[in-house]
Design a protein around this ligand. Structure first.
Ligand code: PEP
Ligand code: MG
Length: 777
């Protein structure tokens, strides 16, 4: 990012002010120019530089914006207003933002910049050309430009005066309240933030669509083109079923043409927006693209793919026979094995969004987008729930739906955990599902491959299990020396979990029992409803204990991060934490909130007293043996015979893996790897962040080294060592764990059969190899 000295307007890094003009044309821009032309400007420039027919455009550079601020004296004024804003005070923030925006919009644009913009506009076309004016974020390190307020777009701008006003409006958009708040929270210096503006001929496409330069799943050299009438938005948003053409790059022939009935199109509304209108009957079934256009598009696709080195997802438009390439970005699904999910029948289906396959199964249904938990009433049986991220208070709605799709999250987020237990197919971390999909749209979700297809695909009758549907175990269960246990979070899944024949419950997450009530533990305490809280826990845990007679059930004490409590009654008392993952959760919170801990212990005590001796208690987020010792002392103080009940810990923090021997000396009866957290804390990858999901590596050597050494120590002390993180549901990891001496593995309900099989095979192989070695000696 360009760094500027406050007040002086002098650019310290990057090109100097003198070097970069007010205007850069696309042809002059390279991707290195992002600091001057922003992300949008740079990528358009690169596309133009390789000969793709990008609509003509120029960029009003970040340097022009900076000159504007300096020459109008605004830089100082803005600094004064923004210097003392308390961004947590909404009213003050809004007022400051309005003041700054008004200053920017009202200031007189310096004549030199004005002249440059006017001259460039003239150069684009002699008479008034209709253009789109778009902000282009210059801060490469901004993870979310829309939050930073750098996403403003003005369509259908015509004439010099309107253009100059639109440029100034884009500049002002940098100072929205949300944007200032976001930058303050992210630690950006207000006076270093810059913005560029792209001015581009608006292409009022008569026909438009998308193109995958290679097959999006198999990676084969077949270019798939989808097109329909009007603006490309109709195809991208899935409002219309487009024509579908397949072009074989090897033989350079069109190998498939499927014409669709195109009922609607999106066209400019004559003002500054667009509208959806019916297509006149004569064009509905007419073919959109000629053979020549298909071949030309495929050629541009190939140019883009060759240049970027990876298959591209391209947006295109055609006006009066001229093809324009509007956008090109990499396809991300290639490389995943086809057939693993929904079979080959999905090969030609249109993929609407992609994410991580978090809970297996497929389902077809209508999209219902939930932006606020208050709206979950709209969810009907069999719908496809689409939301940013699920909350515990959405669980009732999650029970009803056929599949779940989220923008955020990874394999261990709330949506993923609960969906797997409900047996509901889920795709998480799509980034854009809530924007790309529309309410009522018919889609098919493939929870194995992480894909959402348009329409009903592959006869994907819903294959969800449902929390109460039994899991058929088939023939006699395989007996393994390593125990194969199951994870449970919601009591209604207990019967299904037990039907797997699992050797016990290696993790019962009790926060789900409480969070589903929509009230925080603090609320129960503050409202003197302690007895209700204890009873809820008692009843919920009992259901699971009853489903597993004679088998151990490790009940974990509360471990919800404060942000998960926020939306519940009592949530207003939860502290605001910068990073709840590293915050006040698990045992550290219980030790400081004695009453909350005592109420949980009270429920355990009653269950032990009622004869449920197979209940063990597991402490989460333990980082030092003193915490375990303290917890034991507190329990003893509340009348628990701590030496004769089963108390253990989760190993979720590298500290506890490294200090495992001290824990063993302190008397833990078992330890269980919580790899979801252990991985994130070992390699510093946020488990719920879809942007780094591909770096979340359960088999990272450092993680494996921690697990291996802790297993060895547990074996020395003859203490059960287990795993209950998601990694334990991966058969490859199970093989490794058995080879390295784990005592038990606790997996998700859907994974039990394959884990048991992997464990059995590995055990047999180890025995066989040992026997052969003995024989050879
Ligand atoms: C873990 O961290 O691996 C674990 C099982 O706990 P949770 O996913 O609830 O944090
Ligand atoms: Mg954990």
């Amino acid at each position: 990012m360009i760094i500027l000295k406050q007040g002086g307007g002098e650019i310290i890094s990057g090109a100097s002010m003198k070097d970069v003009p007010n205007i850069l044309w696309l042809e002059e821009i390279r991707k290195e120019d992002i600091a001057s032309v922003g992300g949008k400007g740079a990528s358009l420039g690169e596309m133009a530089s390789i000969g793709l027919p990008v609509p003509p455009a120029f960029v009003v550079t970040a340097q022009a914006f900076r000159r504007f601020l300096v020459e109008t004296g605004l830089e100082q004024k803005i600094f004064k207003v923004s210097e003392n804003i308390d961004v947590e005070n909404n009213a003050a923030l809004e007022k400051a933002a309005d003041t700054i925006k008004a200053l920017v919009v009202k200031a007189k644009m310096p004549a030199a910049i004005k002249d440059d913009v006017r001259a460039s506009y003239k150069k684009m076309a002699q008479k008034d050309l209709i253009v789109a004016v778009r902000s282009s974020a210059t801060a490469e390190d901004l993870p979310d430009a829309s939050f930073a307020g750098q996403q403003e777009t003005y369509l259908n701008i015509k004439g010099e005066a309107a253009l100059l006003a639109a440029v100034q409006n884009c500049w002002a958009s940098l100072y929205g309240a949300r944007a200032i708040y976001y930058r303050a929270k992210q630690g950006f210096e207000e006076h270093t933030v810059n913005i560029a503006v792209v001015v581009q001929q608006l292409v009022h496409s008569e026909k438009a669509g998308v193109m995958f330069t290679s097959h999006p799943i198999s990676g084969e050299a077949t270019t798939i083109i989808e097109g329909s009438w009007g603006l490309g938005e109709a195809v991208v948003s899935g409002s219309v079923s487009p024509d579908h053409y397949v072009f074989d790059q090897k033989t350079e022939t069109i190998v498939e043409t499927n014409l669709a009935n195109k009922k609607v199109e999106i066209i400019p509304d004559g003002s500054h927006g667009t509208k959806l209108v019916p297509v006149d009957p004569a064009r509905q079934d007419a073919r959109v693209l000629s053979n020549d256009e298909i071949a030309k598009l495929a050629m541009y696709g190939k140019i883009a793919e060759n240049h970027y080195g990876v298959p591209q997802d391209v947006e295109w438009g055609i006006v009066a026979g001229t093809i324009y390439i509007l956008q090109s970005r990499p396809i991300t699904t290639i490389g995943k094995k086809e057939g693993k999910g929904m079979s080959g029948q999905s090969k030609d289906a249109k993929i609407l969004v992609k994410g991580q396959g978090a809970a297996p199964g497929t389902a077809t249904g209508k999209v219902v987008i939930i932006r606020d938990v208050k709206d979950t009433g709209a969810v009907k049986e069999g719908d496809i729930l689409v939301t940013r991220m699920t909350n515990p208070d959405m669980v009732p709605a999650m029970r009803k739906v056929a599949a779940i799709v989220t923008d955020e999250g990874g394999m261990t987020c709330h949506a993923a955990i609960v969906s797997r237990e409900l047996g509901t197919p889920a795709v998480v971390g799509t980034k854009t599902a809530t924007q790309q999909l529309t309410n009522g749209q018919l889609v098919t979700v493939d929870g194995e491959m992480g894909l959402v297809y348009e329409g009903a695909v592959g006869g994907a009758a819903t294959t969800k299990g449902g929390a109460t549907a039994p899991v058929v175990t088939g023939s006699a269960p395989i007996i393994t020396a390593t125990s194969v246990k199951v994870n449970v979070s919601i009591p209604e899944a207990a019967a299904r979990a037990a039907a797997t024949g699992a050797d016990g419950v290696g993790l019962l997450r009790i926060e789900h029992l409480i969070l589903g009530l929509n009230k925080t533990p603090g609320w129960f305490i503050a409202n003197h409803k302690e007895e209700d809280f204890v009873k809820e826990l008692y009843d919920g845990i009992k259901i699971v204990l009853d489903a597993f007679p004679g088998k151990t059930v490790w009940v974990r004490t509360l471990d919800a991060p404060t942000d998960e409590f926020r939306n519940m009654q009592g949530g207003e008392s939860e502290p605001h934490e910068h990073n709840p993952m590293l915050g006040w959760r698990g045992i550290r919170r219980d030790l400081q909130s004695a009453e909350q801990f005592r109420l949980q212990v009270e429920a355990f005590k009653r269950l032990w007293k009622a004869g449920y001796e197979h209940l063990g208690v597991m402490f989460p987020m333990v980082s030092h043996p003193d915490q375990f010792i303290k917890a034991k002392e507190m329990m003893a103080g509340w009348g628990v015979d701590v030496e004769n009940v089963t108390l253990g810990i989760m190993i979720e923090i590298p500290a506890s893996a490294i200090m495992i021997e001290d824990f063993l000396r302190a008397g833990i009866k078992f330890a269980s790897f919580g790899t979801n957290d252990l991985i994130q804390y070992t390699i510093a990858i946020d488990r719920n962040n879809e942007n780094v999901a591909d770096m979340y590596n359960p088999q990272h050597p450092a993680v494996l080294a921690l697990i291996h050494s802790a297993i060895q120590k547990c074996r020395e002390y003859d203490v059960e060592c287990s795993i209950c993180g998601q990694a334990g549901s991966d058969p490859r990891m199970a093989v490794w764990l058995v080879e390295h001496g784990i005592t038990s593995i606790s997996a998700n309900i859907d994974a039990i059969a394959k884990i048991r099989e992997a464990v059995a095979k590995t055990e047999k192989r180890i025995i066989l190899e040992a026997a052969r070695t003995r024989d050879a000696e």
